[in-house]
Design a protein around this ligand. Structure first.
Ligand SMILES: NC(=O)c1ccc[n+]([C@@H]2O[C@H](COP(=O)([O-])OP(=O)(O)OC[C@H]3O[C@@H](n4cnc5c(N)ncnc54)[C@H](O)[C@@H]3O)[C@@H](O)[C@H]2O)c1
Length: 438
C-alpha cells in the first residue's frame, strides 16, 4: 500500500467510485469513454469547446453512432453524466481524461495545439491528488516532454502531488464486436504511482488493462498499431496495382492466402486511407524519429503508395469509360459511398473526396449516394446525396463503389447498363463485363 496520502486518497476514491471524472473532448473517443465511466457508476462531466455538443449531451441526444441514444439517455437522466464548456469546472475533478484531436499541419508535422490548449486549462486548476490521463494519439515523448512540464509549472510534482499517465484509445468506430469495454486498455504513467492509479481507474470499467513501464512505451504502442496497418495496406495496394498489370485478381489471391492458419493476416486494397488515425498517426512517428536523426522509410513509402490510390481509381474509371468510347470529360460519374469506411458517417480524410476532386478536375459531372452523409462540402463542391435507385435510374455512365456500406443493394447495380468500378470488392462473386475491380 502506498504511503503517499495523495495517491492513497485517489485510489480509494476510484475504488469506491466516488472519483469525479472529467473528459475533455467529447468526440468519437471522448463521448463513448464518458458514457462508459458513467455506466459504471462514476460521476462524469464532459468538457468541450463546442456548445452544441454540450447541449445535445445534456438533452440526452447522441451524435456519435457508437453511442446509443438509450445508453446516453440513461446516464444523463440518472444524473451521472453532464457536459459543459466551462473549463473552470475542471478544478472539481479527481480524474481528467484528455481526448482532443491531434491532426497534422499542412506540412505533415504534428499539430499539438488542441492538446496544449486542453492541458493549459487543466494546469490552471491542477490540485493535489488529481490524475491526468492523455488519450489523444501522439508521438512518444508528448506526455513527459510537453504535458508534464506544463502541469508542473505551478509547483506541483508529477507522480507525487498529482499523477500523469498516457493511455492510447483503440476504439474502432462501427465495430460491433469490440467496443470501449472489451478492447484491452494499455496504460503507462510518468512513474509507478501514476501507472497504478490509471490502471485502477480503467480496471473498474474495462475488461482488461495492460500496464507498461512508461508513457513513451504507451504512446509508441498506439503508433506501432496504426503504422502496422498503414504499411500493410500500402503493401497490398501496391500488390493490387501489380496484379492488375499481370491480369491476376488480387481479391482472389488474398482470399486464398488467408486460409493459411498462421503467419498471415489479410489486408485489403482500396481507394486510399481515411479516418482520423491511419493516414495521420504514422506521420507523428516519422516526425519524432526525424528529430532523433532517424528516417522511417516504410512509413514514407506506404504513405506515397496509399496517397496515390485515388489517382489510380480515376485511371480505372478512364479505362472503364474507354471500353465504351467515352472520356471522363463530359461523363456522368456516380460515387457509391463516400464515408471513409463501411457503415460509418465519418468523412475525415475520406479518399472519396480525392476521387471526387480528381474526377471533377478532369471534367466529369459527379454525383453521389451515401445514406450516412446527406450533404458533402469539399473544396468548391457542395453536393447532396441522391437515393441510389433514383441515381441509377438516371443511367450514369459510370458508378464507383468507394465505400461498401451494407445498406446498398449491390444486385440492383447489375440490372443497369452503367459501368461499375469496384474499389472494395463489394461485387464479389458477381460476373459482368461492366465490372472493373481494383
Ligand atoms: N476516431 C477514432 O476512431 C480514434 C481512435 C483512436 C484514437 N483516436 C484519437 O483520439 C483523439 C480524439 O479523436 P476523436 O476522433 O475523438 O476527435 P473528434 O474530433 O471526434 O473529437 C474531439 C473533440 O474535442 C473537442 N475539443 C477540441 N479542442 C478542445 C479543447 N481545447 N477543450 C475541450 N474540447 C476540445 C472538439 O470540439 C471535439 O468535440 C485523437 O488524438 C485521435 O487520433 C481517434
Amino acid at each position: 500500500m502506498t504511503s503517499n496520502p495523495n495517491h492513497q486518497g485517489l485510489l480509494e476514491r476510484i475504488r469506491t467510485k466516488k472519483a469525479k471524472i472529467g473528459v475533455i473532448g467529447l468526440g468519437y473517443v471522448g463521448l463513448p469513454l464518458a458514457v462508459e465511466f458513467a455506466r459504471h457508476g462514476f460521476d462524469v462531466c464532459g468538457f468541450d469547446v463546442d456548445e452544441a455538443k454540450a447541449s445535445q449531451i445534456n438533452a440526452g441526444q447522441s451524435y456519435i453512432p457508437d453511442v446509443s441514444q438509450a445508453d446516453l439517455g440513461e446516464v444523463v437522466k440518472a444524473g451521472r453524466l453532464r457536459a459543459t464548456t466551462r473549463m473552470d469546472e475542471l478544478a472539481g475533478m479527481d480524474v481528467v481524461d484528455i481526448c482532443v484531436p491531434t491532426p497534422l499541419r499542412k506540412t505533415k508535422d504534428p499539430d499539438l495545439s488542441y492538446v496544449v490548449r486542453a492541458v493549459e486549462a487543466v494546469a490552471a486548476s491542477l490540485t493535489r491528488g488529481q490524475l491526468i490521463i492523455l488519450e489523444s494519439t501522439t508521438y512518444p515523448g508528448t506526455t513527459d516532454e510537453v504535458v508534464q512540464p506544463m502541469l508542473e509549472s505551478h509547483g506541483l510534482k508529477a507522480d507525487a502531488d498529482f499523477f500523469l499517465s498516457f493511455s492510447p484509445e483503440r476504439v474502432d468506430p462501427g465495430n460491433r464486436k469490440f467496443n470501449t469495454r472489451n478492447i484491452p486498455k494499455v496504460v503507462g504513467g510518468v512513474g509507478p504511482a501514476s501507472t497504478e492509479a490509471a490502471a485502477a481507474l480503467y480496471a473498474s470499467t474495462v475488461d482488461t488493462v495492460v500496464q507498461v513501464t512508461s508513457t513513451r512505451v504507451a504512446e509508441m504502442v498506439k503508433l506501432l498499431e496504426n503504422t502496422f496497418r498503414a504499411v500493410n495496406i500500402g503493401m497490398v495496394n501496391e500488390l493490387a496495382l501489380m496484379c492488375h498489370k499481370m491480369d491476376i485478381d488480387v481479391w482472389e489471391v488474398i482470399d486464398a492466402a488467408k486460409t493459411k492458419p498462421f503467419g498471415f493476416m489479410p489486408f485489403y486494397p482500396g481507394p486510399g486511407l481515411g479516418g482520423h488515425c491511419i493516414p495521420i498517426d504514422p506521420y507523428y512517428l516519422s516526425w519524432k524519429a526525424r528529430q532523433n536523426g532517424f528516417e522511417c522509410r516504410f512509413i514514407e513509402l506506404a504513405g506515397a503508395v496509399n496517397s496515390a490510390m485515388p489517382d489510380y481509381v480515376v485511371e480505372r474509371v478512364a479505362e472503364a469509360l474507354n471500353t465504351v468510347r467515352k472520356s471522363i470529360n463530359g461523363s456522368r460519374v456516380h460515387l457509391i459511398g463516400v464515408a471513409y469506411k463501411k457503415d460509418v458517417n465519418d468523412m475525415r480524410e475520406s479518399p472519396a473526396l480525392d476521387v471526387l476532386e480528381l474526377l471533377a478536375k478532369r471534367g466529369a459531372q459527379v454525383t453521389y449516394s451515401d445514406p450516412y452523409v446527406p450533404e458533402l462540402r469539399h473544396g468548391g463542391h457542395v453536393l447532396t446525396s441522391v437515393d441510389l435507385p433514383a441515381a441509377l435510374a438516371t443511367r450514369p455512365d459510370c458508378a464507383v463503389i468507394c465505400t461498401d456500406h451494407a445498406v446498398f443493394d449491390y444486385d440492383a447495380l447489375l440490372t443497369t447498363d452503367t459501368l461499375l468500378v469496384d474499389t472494395r470488392n463489394a461485387l464479389k462473386n458477381r460476373q459482368s463485363s461492366r465490372i472493373f475491380r481494383l
